[in-house]
Design a protein around this ligand. Structure first.
Ligand SMILES: Cc1ncc(COP(=O)(O)O)c(C=O)c1O
Length: 404
C-alpha cells in the first residue's frame, strides 16, 4: 500500500497569496464597483521587449523548418545562452566561470526549491526572517525543517535570522551554526541589500564553519548603488562555498515565459565530492531543459537592443518605487527598500498588525498589498508594496493611501 510524504501534512495553511486573493474576491463580491489596485504580488506588468519577442518569433520559424528544428536542449542549456550569461553577468564584473558551471533552468523558484535535492536531510538551514517562502516550504517538504510550531509560526529545526529595523533589515551571523544558509539580495520582501564588505563576512563565515550559501540574486538588475555586489562571486572565496541562483523574470519580464539559471562552481566540494557534479546529475535526470525558443529569447536580453529595452523596463519600475517611497514618506510612513529593489517595506501605522493594515488599505483605499507577517514572524507590523504596477495605478494607489 502506498504511503504519502507526510512532510506535506506539516505545511501550514494556505499560501499567502491565496489568502490575499480570497480576501480580494470576497471584497469584490460585496463591493462590485470597487476599482481595486494591486501593488501586492511580485509579478511584472510590462510586455516583453521587442528584441525578445523578435528572437522568439525567429526561433518559432526555425522550429518549423526541418533544417533548423531543435529537439531536446543540451542538458546544461544551449551554449549560446550560457556564453551570453558568462560575458554579460559575470565577466564584466571581474568574475570568471567555466561554461559548465552554468545550468539553464525554467526559473529561480524551481532552482531554489530543487537545490535541496543534492543535500542530506540532516542539514540544518538558516533563513532570513522575513523570507521568500519557497526556501522554507521546500525544505519542509523534504523533511529538513522538523515540526511546524503554529503558535510561534516557526519550524522547530530551522535557524531564523531576524531582519529588523535594528539590523537594517539584513541578517546577522547566527549564533547557532547552520549547514546551509539562504541569502537573497536585493531582498524580497524587504527590498534591503548589503554591501560587498558585508557579503564578504558571510562568505568568510560560511568558509569557516563549512556551510553552503544558497544566494538568490533574482533582483540583481535593480541594484543602483555602487557598493552593492551583483553576484556573490565578487567576494573572495565564494566559489568554494556558494551557489548562486538567477532569474530572467524581473530583469526582463519572463515571469510567464520562464527562464533562469544556477551557478554551481567546481570549487564547491564536500571532501572530494563536487556539488557541481551532483547538480549536473540531478539536472540531467529530473529536468529536460528550457525550450529552445525561450533560451533564444534569453539570449536576446543580452543583445544591444535587448539590454537597452530591459534597462528601460527596470527604470520604469524603479520610478514607481521612487514614487511609492516618497509619497509614503510624505504621508508620514516609515518605509525602506525601493532603492536597489522593486519592493517597498513599510511599517504599519499605530501598531497595527500586518493583516489589520491589509484590511484597512483594502477597505479605505481599495489598494491591495502584502502583509509582512506572511513572510515570517519578524515581518509582523510591516507591509510590502511592489513597484511592478502601471505608473497610472501606482500614482492613483498612493493618492488613495495618502487620503486615509
Ligand atoms: C527571491 C525570489 N526568488 C525567486 C523568485 C522566482 O523567480 P522565477 O520567476 O525565476 O521562478 C522570486 C519571485 O518572486 C523571488 O522573489
Amino acid at each position: 500500500m502506498f504511503k504519502i510524504n507526510e512532510n506535506y501534512l506539516k505545511l501550514p495553511g494556505s499560501y499567502l497569496f491565496s489568502t490575499i486573493a480570497k480576501k480580494q474576491r470576497e471584497y469584490k463580491s460585496i463591493h462590485k464597483d470597487a476599482n481595486l489596485i494591486s501593488l501586492g504580488i511580485g509579478d511584472v506588468t510590462l510586455p516583453l521587449a521587442d528584441a525578445v519577442t523578435k528572437a522568439m518569433h525567429k526561433a518559432v520559424d526555425e522550429m518549423s523548418d526541418q533544417s533548423t528544428f531543435k529537439g531536446y536542449a543540451p542538458e546544461l542549456g544551449y551554449e549560446f545562452l550560457r556564453k551570453a550569461i558568462l560575458e554579460n553577468d559575470f565577466k564584466n564584473r571581474g568574475v570568471d566561470l567555466d561554461l559548465d558551471e552554468i545550468f539553464i533552468s525554467d526559473g529561480a523558484k524551481s532552482d531554489s526549491g530543487n537545490i535541496g535535492d543534492i543535500f542530506s536531510i540532516d542539514n540544518k538551514i538558516a533563513v532570513c526572517d522575513p523570507v521568500y517562502p519557497v526556501y522554507v516550504d521546500t525544505n519542509a517538504m523534504s523533511g529538513r525543517c522538523g515540526d511546524y510550531l503554529a503558535d510561534l509560526e516557526r519550524w522547530s529545526n530551522v535557524i531564523y535570522m531576524p531582519c529588523t529595523k535594528e539590523t537594517n533589515f539584513a541578517p546577522e551571523l547566527p549564533k547557532e551554526e547552520p549547514d546551509i544558509i539562504y541569502l537573497c539580495f536585493p531582498n524580497n520582501p524587504t527590498g534591503a541589500t548589503i554591501n560587498k564588505d558585508e557579503l564578504q563576512k558571510w562568505v568568510d563565515y560560511a568558509l569557516k564553519v563549512g556551510a553552503c550559501i544558497i544566494y538568490d540574486a533574482a533582483y540583481e538588475a535593480y541594484i543602483s548603488e555602487e557598493d552593492v555586489p551583483h553576484s556573490i562571486y565578487e567576494c573572495e572565496g565564494a566559489k568554494a562555498c556558494a551557489i548562486e541562483i538567477r532569474s530572467f523574470s524581473k530583469n526582463a519580464g519572463f515571469t510567464g515565459t520562464r527562464l533562469g539559471y544556477t551557478i554551481v562552481p567546481k570549487e564547491l566540494k564536500k571532501g572530494d565530492v563536487s556539488l557541481r557534479d551532483l547538480w549536473a546529475r540531478r539536472h540531467g535526470t529530473k529536468f529536460n531543459g528550457a525550450p529552445y525558443i525561450i533560451q533564444k529569447a534569453g539570449e536576446a536580453v543580452y543583445s544591444k537592443e535587448g539590454k537597452e529595452e530591459t534597462k528601460k523596463q527596470v527604470a520604469y519600475y524603479m520610478e514607481n518605487a521612487r514614487i511609492i517611497r516618497e509619497e509614503l514618506k510624505s504621508a508620514g510612513y516609515n518605509c525602506s527598500g525601493g532603492i536597489n529593489a522593486p519592493y517597498i517595506w513599510l511599517e504599519t501605522p499605530n501598531g497595527m498588525t500586518s493583516w489589520e493594515f491589509f484590511d484597512l488599505l483594502l477597505e479605505k483605499a481599495n489598494v491591495v498589498g502584502t502583509p509582512g507577517s506572511g513572510f515570517g514572524p519578524s515581518g509582523e507590523g510591516y507591509f510590502r508594496l511592489t513597484a511592478f504596477g502601471s505608473r497610472e495605478n501606482t500614482i492613483e494607489a498612493l493618492n488613495r493611501i495618502k487620503k486615509i
